[in-house]
Design a protein around this ligand. Structure first.
Ligand SMILES: NC(=O)c1ccc[n+]([C@@H]2O[C@H](COP(=O)([O-])OP(=O)(O)OC[C@H]3O[C@@H](n4cnc5c(N)ncnc54)[C@H](OP(=O)(O)O)[C@@H]3O)[C@@H](O)[C@H]2O)c1
Length: 463
């Protein structure tokens, strides 16, 4: 082990895993390039028997660290040590204690990038060797629990060792620039804030689709499904930002308070079965790790409402799924139709719309009507667009940077998780009793019933 001393140590449990390889280590390298890791060392932990130098060689050979300058890469890799540890055995954490005794970092941040069954043993192991000191922090990858009961149990366990202000529950979606921009757009513009209510907004549509199927994560996904994997965390975070009241300041507590309030006010329709659509792509059961009997939903769409003063009566439609025609994440806010007594009397005026594009590119578009050139009473819809051209930090770089700084704003507070699970548990229960799991073709737009969900209300998805 190398002898080095910095103020901060980031300990990544599960550093040999898929997420570390694809996201965390590249994000850390980008922070290193921005000189944001000057006072931080990294300890990578896994069950594979690497020595530190072998792990660095593995990182080099996997080309995880992409740079033209070998010197830069070596400087970054020098910051990383590796420790083999039986993560699931709290009595086996002696080597971690020995490592810490040889180093003098004051602030330790533990990042648990492991399957959630390992969360409790790792927290026990850390506590067992007394590393849960007041200056330490602990971050948990999503999902946090698999239903309200397991999340509550996990939270009770974790809060015996760490206090809420030491705990960081990750939802990397919130690290994306345009998702953060939803609040700025709504509350920094006197043009839009006054119309953000049920007098003017007709409906809100939130879409997060992927073209990939379950790939090599079948075993995990089959226990999760779209509701647990996407709706409980990412989609509810986006929904909260699009519908919450203004926080009184931009502090973490004020923002979390408003997010929780709006999630608490969510209502599912009484006739729930007519407000949900579940689907599974054809060929899902042939994927590795998926049992023939699986009824896991790889697609979910639902209609809900925010039952508060501002938005009561405005339907919010969510849809998410795998193996669809494209990777798209966006929020479409549709405004009520103009009375149209002056223009376009024959064919109605188009609605005004605001679209937050999150993927494949990031930006915000505002759709409005202008007079058709040379015409008097005829109009056409046009768009004014802001495209986020500046390559912001990858969501994970932002998340890691805020974690090291101890800023909770982009992490999920326990009460938000609790409220989200209450609703998702209800939806999962509904899905388990739902007689229909629609099949849909890979590369399609999902089951046809997803269109009926809006047609019943006289609306359609805005693509
Ligand atoms: N991958 C993603 O795209 C993604 C996206 C969002 C959130 N997440 C979350 O991030 C966390 C890590 O995901 P991942 O895809 O990186 O997982 P992973 O590749 O399956 O494993 C992560 C790490 O945990 C170790 N591990 C797995 N099972 C173990 C066991 N039974 N005993 C001891 N060690 C074990 C792996 O060791 P080996 O390398 O030796 O197998 C690896 O170091 C999970 O909580 C996941 O839900 C992942």
């Amino acid at each position: 082990m190398s002898e080095k001393s910095t103020n901060n140590l980031l300990v990544i449990f599960g550093a040999t895993g898929d997420l570390s390889k694809r996201k965390l280590l590249p994000a850390l390298y980008s922070l290193y390039e921005q000189d944001a890791l000057e006072h931080t060392s990294i300890l990578a932990i896994g069950r594979k028997p690497f020595r530190s130098e072998e792990f660095r060689t593995y990182l080099r050979s996997e080309s995880l660290i992409k740079t033209e300058y070998a010197d830069d890469r070596d400087g970054f890799l020098e910051k990383i040590d590796y420790l083999e540890l039986p993560m699931n055995d709290p009595d086996g954490y002696g080597p971690l204690r020995t490592f810490m005794q040889a180093h003098r970092e004051k602030n330790i941040t533990f990042y648990l990038s492991v399957p959630q069954e390992l969360f409790e043993p790792i927290v026990s192991g850390i506590a067992h060797i007394g590393l849960n000191t007041a200056s330490s922090k602990v971050a948990f990858e999503k999902p946090f629990g698999s239903d309200l009961e397991s999340a509550t149990k996990l939270n009770a366990f974790v809060t015996q060792a760490f206090s809420e202000d030491q705990i960081f529950r990750i939802d990397h979606y919130v690290g994306k620039e345009t998702i953060q921009n939803i609040l700025a757009f709504r509350f920094a513009n006197s043009l839009f804030e006054p119309v953000w209510n049920n007098h003017y907004i007709d409906n809100i549509q939130i879409t997060a689709t992927e073209s990939l199927g379950v790939e090599n994560r079948g075993a995990y996904y089959d226990h999760a499904g779209a509701l647990r994997d996407m709706v409980q965390n990412h989609l509810f975070q986006v929904l909260a930002l699009a519908t919450m009241e203004p926080p009184h300041t931009l502090t973490s507590t004020a923002i979390h308070d408003e997010k929780v309030k709006v999630i608490r006010s969510l209502r599912l329709g009484k006739d729930l079965l007519s407000h949900v659509v579940f689907g599974q792509y054809a060929g899902y059961k042939d994927e590795a790790g998926i049992p023939e009997s699986s009824r896991t939903e790889t697609f979910a769409a639902l209609r809900l409402e925010v039952h508060n003063w501002r938005l009561k009566g405005v339907p919010i439609y969510l849809r998410t799924g795998k193996a669809l025609s494209g990777k798209k994440t966006k929020v479409v806010v549709e405004f009520r139709k103009n009375a149209s007594i002056l223009y376009n009397e024959q064919d109605e005026l188009d609605r005004n719309r605001i679209i937050f594009e999150i993927s494949p590119y990031e930006g915000i578009s505002v759709g409005f009507n202008v007079k058709e050139y040379g015409e008097t009473k005829k109009t056409r819809a046009v768009w004014s667009e802001f495209i986020q051209t500046k390559e912001g930090p990858e969501a994970y770089a932002r998340i890691l940077s805020d974690l090291l700084l101890g800023d909770h704003t982009l992490f999920t507070r326990w009460d938000m998780i609790e409220e989200s699970w209450k609703i998702v548990d209800h939806l999962v229960h509904c899905k388990e009793n739902c007689p229909i799991l629609h099949s849909y073709e890979k590369g399609s737009d999902g089951p046809e019933a997803v269109n009926t969900l809006l047609e019943m209300d006289g609306r359609e998805w805005y693509e």
